[in-house]
Design a binder for this molecule. Structure first.
Ligand SMILES: [Zn+2]
Length: 269
């Protein structure tokens, strides 16, 4: 039986890893893969779900601890922080901060990602897709930087090129779950400013589905570790458990052309 691929997940904020692919990371780690995490920012301009947990001044520090706790639950190694500042949602003043991820040139961030790839030599790299799930500027920036790093690595004939995957939330899967929730009398989440009709990846772009039914609890535990980010209105907390499980038991990815063509997630033992 082939051993599962050593994995590097590259994301923008503490919690991105758990929401987008926590089940897959937990499964890879449980099957013996080395799983490493890079987090570009400390999420310091994120929301604070409960004023007892953090202040705007110490939110970054609190969120770094939350990511360490989530990593432990997922079976990943101690996360690396790149030290950029959270750029905030699109159109907010935090976008203008010169220390923000979004204001840092792609080759600078990508160069750091490349250093990690050369050092850790993962067989598989995971990051956000080009739309950053819902268009968060930092999600898009880390997608671009990671893709840039793989493009540069591909020019090095001696380097072993990892497979690159983008996380995907297939629109069809999302719509089916929302329809079922509506049928049970649960209204769609309100007030996020996200258009739920256009949210998600077009189904035809998904190349790879990973079964993570046995890791839903690990994923939910990791998500809950990000206590400052768990709004009581989070749909994952409001939906009936069977629906949450069905929504989370598969994770979806797009195999990116910039990495090695081997679809190692589809070939998990
Ligand atoms: Zn994020």
């Amino acid at each position: 039986m082939p051993s599962p691929p050593s994995t590097l997940a590259v994301f923008a904020h503490p919690d991105d890893e758990s929401f987008s692919c926590g089940g897959t990371l937990a499964r890879l780690a449980a099957e013996g893969a080395e799983v490493s995490l890079i987090c570009a920012t400390s999420g310091e301009v994120g929301e604070i779900s409960d004023a007892a947990l953090a202040t705007p001044e110490n939110l970054g520090e609190v969120r770094r601890e939350e990511l360490r706790a989530a990593a432990l639950l997922l079976g990943a190694r101690e996360p690396y922080f790149m030290g950029y500042r959270d750029s905030g949602m699109a159109g907010t003043p935090a976008n203008q901060d010169p220390r923000s991820l979004v204001r840092t040139p792609v080759d600078v961030v990508g160069g750091k990602v490349l250093e990690f790839i050369r050092r850790l030599k993962p067989q598989l790299v995971i990051t956000f897709d080009a739309g950053g799930v819902y268009g968060h500027p930092d999600h898009i920036a880390i997608h671009q930087a990671t893709t840039w790093a793989l493009q540069v690595l591909a020019r090095d004939a001696d380097a072993r090129l990892p497979s690159l995957y983008y996380t995907a939330l297939p629109r069809g899967h999302l719509q089916r779950m929302m329809k079922e929730a509506r049928q049970r009398g649960i209204p769609p989440p309100q007030g996020s400013g996200i258009n739920l009709e256009t949210l998600g990846t077009p189904d035809e772009l998904v190349t790879t589905v990973v079964e993570v039914g046995a890791y839903v609890d690990a994923k939910l535990g990791a998500i809950r570790s990000h206590r400052t980010q768990i709004n009581p209105n989070n749909p994952l907390l409001r939906l009936p458990e069977d629906l949450v499980r069905r929504f989370l038991e598969k994770e979806h990815f797009t195999l990116a052309p910039q990495g090695a063509p081997l679809d190692c997630l589809a070939q998990l033992p």
